[in-house]
Ligand binder design. Structure first.
Ligand code: PLP
Length: 380
């Protein structure tokens, strides 16, 4: 048995999603492009799965294109927005705390001559609207702002950003990486006012290898992959029906029990924020109080977080020393907070899900307190 507190890295596939994938592979395994009835049935299924995910996200099915992951959705959105606005300018605004799936494409674009403004966070990972307003220019063609930061859980002002872009009159399209926001906050792309929005299956209890890009109705994106014309001609390639079936099941069930899931995660986060500083000497909370319900970043100043993570792992408790996507490198998110070095080194991310056991926190507190006692002498 183990205790899993790393749901921002990935989540276990829920049984209903695994079952849906199995059925797609063993019963309805036709090619959705085949004209005979077995293929037509598969095409009908894909239509249903798209409607399920769109329903959970709160958009029209035709506004949703399936992809292979959140990273692909982010890369596609950025490339496509720049292509659409190629005659209007070469300035991009994003934040210093985006996921690498946004930051790396931006860095590559800088090498191609684009200018990128990286908005800096405050000590708790908030991004200020006035900084965004000041950054917008007549040649700003893309704003990419995540909804929930994956390491801190801070919620970024995406809806306000949409209004600011409109007020400014600049031609920027607004992309939102909502990989950590989908089914963790109640929102719809329409209410946010975004043009493009990325989500990923494996953060919501679907398997790895599936994601989606919301493309606002009326926005005509250039194709990402040319070929047989699947996904409305935008992303060719035979549909990954097993992944889509599972994504649809996970999204539908997650949306149906959204309020209960959010309340459960919020209660765990509140309790962790109370219990851990009480039980673990020196432990400090890094996440903002108004953050998303599933992520709590803390620090044990003076400790090396990787050593603490290994100590807990040996005891069957899994959490992260930062984003799993940055293995071995100091987190750019915690670095952007400009924390003192001891706090930066000791940063840990605890992340919850609807299936995190309610009674699991005392064991976590006990293990962190044991890490405090066992590890400090070797570091002092
Ligand atoms: N964006 C954010 C905020 C994430 O947390 C992640 C994954 O950690 C991604 C994008 C990448 O998603 P995927 O793993 O589906 O490529």
């Amino acid at each position: 048995m183990f205790l899993y507190f790393d749901n921002a890295a990935t989540t276990p596939v829920r049984p209903e999603a695994a079952q849906a994938a199995l059925e797609a592979m063993t019963r309805g395994w036709g090619n959705p492009s085949s004209v005979y009835s077995f293929g037509a049935q598969a095409a009908a299924q894909v239509k249903q799965w798209r409607a399920n995910v769109a329903g959970a996200l709160g958009c029209l099915p035709e506004e949703l294109s399936f992809t292979s992951c959140g990273t692909e959705s982010d890369n596609w959105a950025i490339q496509a927005a720049l292509e659409l606005n190629r005659r209007k300018g070469r300035h991009i605004v994003t934040t210093a705390i985006e996921h690498a799936a946004v930051l790396e494409p931006c860095r590559a674009l800088e090498r191609q001559g684009y200018e990128v403004t990286y908005l800096q966070p405050d000590r708790q990972g908030h991004i200020s609207l006035s900084a965004l307003e000041a950054a917008l220019r007549p040649d700003t063609v893309l704003v990419s702002m995540m909804l929930v930061n994956n390491e801190l859980g801070s919620v970024l002002p995406v809806a306000q950003a949409a209004q600011a872009i409109r007020r400014s009159g600049c031609p920027a399209l607004l992309h939102c990486d909502a990989v950590q926001g989908f089914l963790k906050l109640p929102f719809t792309p329409g209410a946010l006012g975004v043009d493009l929005l990325s989500i990923s299956g494996h953060k919501i209890h679907a398997p790895k290898g599936v994601g989606a890009l919301y493309i606002r109705k009326g926005l005509k994106l250039p194709p990402l992959i040319r070929g047989g014309g699947q996904e409305g001609g935008l992303r060719s390639g035979t549909e990954a029906t097993a992944q889509l079936a599972a994504f649809a099941a996970a999204a539908r069930l997650g949306a149906e029990s959204l309020n209960a899931g959010l309340a459960h995660m919020a209660a765990l986060r509140r309790e962790a924020a109370r219990l851990l500083p009480e039980r673990v000497p020196g432990l400090k909370i890094l996440s903002p109080e108004d953050g998303a319900p599933h992520i709590l970043a803390v620090t044990m100043p003076g400790y090396k977080s990787e050593v603490v993570v290994r100590f807990l792992s040996d005891r069957g408790i899994f959490l992260s020393s930062g984003s799993a996507c940055h293995r071995g490198r100091p987190s750019h998110v915690f670095a952007a907070l400009k924390l003192p070095k001891a706090e930066l080194d000791g940063a840990l991310r605890i992340s919850f899900s609807y299936d995190t056991p309610s009674d699991s926190l005392p064991e976590l507190a006990q293990a962190l307190s044991a890490a405090h006692d066992a590890l400090f002498p070797s570091l002092s």
